[in-house]
Structures are given as C-alpha cells and as structure tokens.
Design a protein around this ligand. Sequence first.
Ligand code: ADP
Ligand code: MG
Length: 329
Amino acid sequence: MNVVARAPGRVNLIGDHTDYTGGLVLPMAIDRWTTIRGRSGDGEVHLRSRAEPAAVRFGLPVDDPPVPPWGRYVAAVAAELGDSARGIDGTVESTVPIGAGLSSSAALEVATALALGFDGDQLALAQLCQRAEHRAVGVPCGIMDQLTAAAGVAGAALAIDCTSLAITPVPLPDDVEVVVVHSGEERALATSAYAERTAQCAAAEQIVGPLRLASVSALAAIDDARLRRRARHVVTENERVRAMVAALADGDGVEAGRLMVASHASLRDDFEVSTPALDVLVTRLGAVPGVLGARLTGAGFGGCAVALARPGALTEGWVVRPVGAASLA
Ligand code: ADP
Ligand code: MG
C-alpha cells in the first residue's frame, strides 16, 4: 500500500517556555511541511531523507536505538506505537528548516507516526509524539510543537491551554502577516539549558504552586533571585498570551506587536534564553517601518525570530501562513 503522510512545522507567535508548566501558548502550523512517501509493509522501517546522508533502517519491534541520529526520532515513534507500528520503505522530504526553532523534529515525529499506522485522534497523536521526543533525545518538551503539527487550523493561530489541552483557533487579521527571519546562528546548548529551565520552573512551583495560577506578587515568596525571574517570565508570559488573543480578536495589530516585543524582553532578561544575535535581529526588525513587533520564537539559544508586520513591510525572511493539520493520504 502506498502512503503519503505529511505534517507541518510551526511558528510560535507568543507564549514560549510556558507549555511545560501547563500554561498558555499561541503557535500556528505553517505552510512548510515534512512529507513521507513510501510503501507500507511488514517488519521493517527503511527511510531515506533528503536532509541527511545516511538512511535509517531497523526491524520491528524496534530494540536498539538506530544510527544515524535522526533515526532516533523515527525509532522512538515506532517504539511508542508498539505492536501497532507497521513497516515502511520510503523517503522523507521537508521544507521545514531544520534546527531553526520551527519544529522540524515534531513535524518528523507526527509524519512518521501517521506513516507507521497511528490510529487515533489529534490529541492522542500529539501526546504519542511528545513521548517520542522525550524518548529520542531526552528533551522534557511540552506539548506545543506536536499538538500544533497534529491539530493546525488553516487561517488561524491556536490558543492552547496546556493544562486542559483545549485549543481555540484565533484567526489572524487581514492587515498583518507573519514573517520568520533566521538569526544566522544555529541553536547551541539547547538541550541542557532547556532541561535546566524546566527544572527551575519545577523548583519555583515547589514554593508558589502551579505557575499558571500564580500572580506576580506571589513570586515574592521565592528567595532565589534567579528562580524568581524565571517564574516571573512564565507568569507574565501567560498574561501576554491572553492579551495577544484579545488583541488579535480585536484586529489590533499594534497591541499584538507590542506584546511580542515585551515577550522578547522577558525571554531575554528573566528567562535568559536569547542570544546577542537574536537581540540584534529583533531590534533591527522592530525598527523597520510597518513592523508591529518581533521576538525570538521557540526555545531560544539561536534559531529564528518571528515578526508581525503589515503586508510587504519586510523584504527579508519568509512570510508564513497558517495551515491545517497533519494528514495521511
Ligand atoms: P527543530 O525542531 O527546531 O527544527 P530540533 O533540534 O528539535 O530542531 O530537531 C532537529 C532534528 O530533527 C535534526 O537534527 C534531525 O535529527 C531531525 N530532523 C528533522 N527534520 C528532519 C528531516 N527532514 N530529515 C531527517 N531528520 C530530520
Ligand atoms: Mg524540535
């Protein structure tokens, strides 16, 4: 049987480092796709990728982690699927930039799960792929990336409550566009620093309870100044996501842009996940006439910035448009 499975990348408009404490995020699936084409069969997964020199090949059920490294994502998805994984012989093609903060890893996981025979709803697909990411690379990521790829809505960003997992589509106003610009810097230290940030949020929650329910004034109970700043980012970022949803619903691009600038400052100063190159880029983009706001997007430590701009205002980067969910044909 021939299969074509595809899953989109995503850009996060606002709400970074909030998903793993059950907070609020506002990503959108973008018109950049990872597509797996092949023939399904028994017993073996054999995939080649245009982005990688070496193919991935392993038998089912999967036991040893396969080489090359990108095979860990494929094998982790197969492991999570367990007995329901079926084999495939095929190719991976992607227009999602890899390692740029646009979630090529989640797109690969979601496309792989569909190609290997996942059967279930969008939320279950996202949760399986989130577990696969933990298994593959040990990154304790939240649900945002996988859920956006699995449940994208054409024309809209997704307001996701990462506790209830409720998704509210938020249509983008007609008089703005979303532009992604690469900082020119590959992400570095992302895995260890990400794990450190999740641990710091957990430590703050030991003192003040769930950050998604905490107020800024309650954070005074945290003695450690660095931990207090980490927590303040999360609490204020959740507030900014709420405000951004309201601004977009009002068609108020100016306010939406202002919130993105404030988000970047918080990620830079309180959460300390920006880099000098990202700071320079965000400042430069923000000074271009017609740009309403810009910020780093994704985990930080390099990769891309996202800007909200009047159509045509930016002549660099890529205009990205919100698309629908991953699918199997
Ligand atoms: P991001 O998700 O932001 O793009 P990650 O570091 O989380 O960055 O994931 C990138 C990794 O995912 C790559 O190093 C590679 O192992 C894997 N990957 C993503 N897309 C592909 C692809 N099309 N082919 C092969 N491997 C891929
Ligand atoms: Mg990733």
